[in-house]
Design a protein around this ligand. Structure first.
Ligand SMILES: Nc1ncnc2c1ncn2[C@@H]1O[C@H](COP(=O)(O)OP(=O)(O)OP(=O)(O)O)[C@@H](O)[C@H]1O
Ligand SMILES: [Mg+2]
Length: 398
């Protein structure tokens, strides 16, 4: 009897709490690859996917050694090579920096740690971009609050005080930067961001729909096996947030500049390069490079550029032919989110959560949004009762 064909190697997706992890799980699962979904939260949405094999492991931010040990134990049970993807900088960094401890079975989807570590500095990204002829926003690197104020006055308000070393900043301040309108605001922001090498950067005008992305996968030899471009239409928070609605649009300049920058940075793997089109000049100026899966890579997959699967194939030694982007104009949205207006788009579009072949994560999200709505309504009712009581007291006692 012929031997049964051995199953394809599994892949790890680290941090699957939200839509980017879920999209990676689905990309793998739909191609018959077992997705080992790693997270420290039993509530992680990715765990609800029919394509996920949930693996609870410590949070690498709180317990890096515990995370590394959990992956090393997992690796002992697997036949390698096991491509490893991550959706957040903290996980990307640990996978690369601790590769030797995590084990040889794993194939992180990034360059070696020394190359990646440099890329995680926004200052380095901007310097390399400028040297490669890629336009960048006016940026200064002050060494004190007073220097930051002087830089802001030179650049003109509004400015962003933004960490050059962002890891940990968002967890601390629940935002990516401080948008400042005055010298006093700049000095306060500088003091708060001091541990993260704060930069002062001109805030490029124009709406959030001017934020363009190159999403790509580059092999270790520098070949682009998947190239996607698109833009945001709406963010979760205006001026500075994460993507809520996006659209596929092919912009050759974004692709060319982004790929030139990635090569100049010696990057390989999956990444997002974000630009903002400066409406004053029409130039696409670098916002940042994210050396990992980003929030809305599910749109690239819906446009024929399934970066997770392309990377998977390359990392297990079966590189596919370069993919071509299709479906221009296709949209992606997180349609329902707690406490915000819906984002229903014209059909057909890709919802980040609702999927016919994998309904549970979408249903869980809908239930969470509904519960949030009930809680908010109860909160409003309680506030209304308190106000009515206060009004009665004021009326009674003058
Ligand atoms: N110079 C700028 N001008 C206008 N908007 C900007 C500028 N820099 C950043 N932003 C806005 O702030 C958002 C976050 O900035 P940035 O991407 O640099 O931070 P981050 O912490 O790396 O974010 P992420 O979590 O997406 O990786 C951008 O998506 C954009 O909306
Ligand atoms: Mg970033």
């Amino acid at each position: 009897m012929p031997a049964a064909p051995s199953p394809p190697p599994s892949a790890v997706v680290a941090d699957v709490a939200w839509v980017n992890g879920l999209a990676a799980i689905r990309s793998l699962g739909r191609q018959g690859v077992r997705a080992l979904a790693v997270d420290h939260r039993p509530s992680a949405l990715g765990f609800r996917s029919r394509y996920a094999t949930p693996v609870i492991a410590p949070d690498p931010v709180a317990d890096e050694d515990g995370f590394v040990a959990a992956l090393a134990r997992l690796g002992e049970t697997l036949a390698g090579p096991v491509p490893a993807f991550a959706t957040h900088d903290e996980h990307v960094n640990v996978l690369a920096r601790r590769h030797a401890d995590i084990g040889p079975a794993f194939r992180p989807c990034t360059p070696e740690w020394d190359v990646l570590a440099a890329i995680q500095s926004k200052r380095h990204q901007l310097d390399v971009a400028a040297a490669a002829g890629v336009p960048v926003p006016g940026t200064r690197h002050p060494r004190s609050g007073a220097e930051a104020r002087a830089a802001a006055e030179e650049l003109g308000y509004p400015v962003l005080v933004k960490p050059s070393d962002p890891v940990g900043f968002k967890r601390l301040y629940n935002r990516q930067a401080f948008r400042c309108q005055s010298g006093a605001e700049v000095e306060t922001a500088y003091a708060q961001a001091e541990a993260f090498a704060p930069m002062v950067q001109e805030y490029l005008p124009g709406g959030d729909d001017e934020l363009y992305t190159l999403g790509s996968y580059l092999t270790a030899g520098g070949e682009a096996l998947g190239v996607f471009t698109g833009r945001k239409l709406r963010q979760t928070r205006r001026h500075m947030g994460v993507c809520r609605v996006a659209e596929a649009v092919w912009v050759p300049e974004v692709a060319e500049h982004g790929l030139a920058l990635l090569r100049a940075l010696r990057f390989h793997g999956i990444s997002q390069v974000e630009f903002k089109r400066d409406p004053r000049t029409g130039e696409y100026k670098l916002i940042e490079v994210n050396p990992r899966l980003w929030q809305w890579h599910g749109l690239a997959a819906a446009c024929g550029v399934d970066l997770t699967h392309i990377a998977y194939l390359d990392l297990v030694g079966r590189p596919p032919a370069p993919a071509r982007m299709t479906n221009e104009g296709r949209r992606w949205a997180i349609t329902f989110m707690s406490g915000t207006r819906h984002a229903v788009q014209r059909l057909p579009y890709t919802d980040a959560l609702l999927a016919r072949d994998d309904p549970r994560p979408g249903l869980v999200q809908l239930a969470r949004v509904a519960r949030g709505g009930v809680r908010a309504a109860r909160g409003r009712a309680a506030a209304g009762t308190a106000i009515a009581r206060l009004t009665r007291q004021v009326e009674r006692h003058g």
